[in-house]
Design a protein around this ligand. Structure first.
Ligand code: SAM
Length: 208
């Protein structure tokens, strides 16, 4: 699998790990300008480790939904172009603002990803929507944000089964989510994210 420009496998403490170049954010090991990217703390990192075809070359415009305090989106901004980070909880957004300070291509938006109209005036057309919102209705969030995605763009979503329904079998939850997603997207690849993240399904899709 080809990694995007700006993402490399480098040796940290005798072990080869994914890395990007930028200011450290979450106490990750660093080596010069390079920072290790922990797949156990990042679903997108796990998708790279699983060698999924994510369609990223580096330099893309990205809309990132569910940024939290910036662990993953900081790595994304290290290799992507303009990166819009949406998060609706005020507490993590405070931490996100310090991540934005050292990255001039990254913009933090304290917004609800279920209401794309509230940030449509700020976010441009993007080549990738990366979604990691631990909330009920994850397929609906992806469908609503499809309006930002270029025709040949990629949705890279991590679906958390327990956020939809803690009592149902994750496989059944994923099949319902894929059915709903298929109304707006062509599904290109899916992959469970074990052992990095339990009961998560990674989905690569493109707008229909
Ligand atoms: N993606 C982050 C990372 O890897 O660094 C972790 C994200 S965490 C699993 C899920 C985040 O989604 C939480 O911070 C939560 O507040 C946020 N979230 C859930 N529903 C949301 C919504 N409707 N709009 C924006 N953010 C939402």
């Amino acid at each position: 699998m080809t990694l995007p420009a700006g993402v490399e496998r480098r040796e940290f403490e005798g072990r080869e790990r994914l890395a990007t170049r930028g200011e450290p954010v979450y106490g990750e090991p660093v080596q010069g300008e390079w920072r290790a990217w922990d797949p156990n703390r990042s679903k997108l990192g796990a998708m790279f480790e699983k060698e999924m075809d994510l369609g990223l070359a580096g330099g893309e415009r990205v809309l990132y939904l569910g940024a939290a305090s910036g662990t993953t989106v900081s790595h994304v901004a290290d290799f992507a172009g303009p990166t819009y980070a949406v998060e609706f909880a005020p507490r993590p957004v405070r931490d996100l603002l310090s991540v934005v300070e050292s990255r001039e291509n990254m913009f933090a938006l304290l917004k609800d990803a279920r209401k794309p109209k509230t940030y449509a005036h700020v976010v441009e057309n993007v080549e990738a929507v990366i979604q990691d919102v631990a909330t009920r209705g994850q397929a609906e969030v992806a469908i609503r944000n499809r309006e930002f995605l270029a025709d040949e763009g990629r949705l890279l979503a991590a679906i958390k089964a327990r956020s939809e329904d803690v009592t149902r079998d994750p496989g059944d939850v994923f099949s319902d989510v894929i059915d709903r997603l298929s109304e707006g997207y062509e599904i290109l690849q899916t992959e469970r994210l074990e052992p990095y993240h339990d009961d998560h399904l990674a989905v690569v899709a493109t707008p229909k």
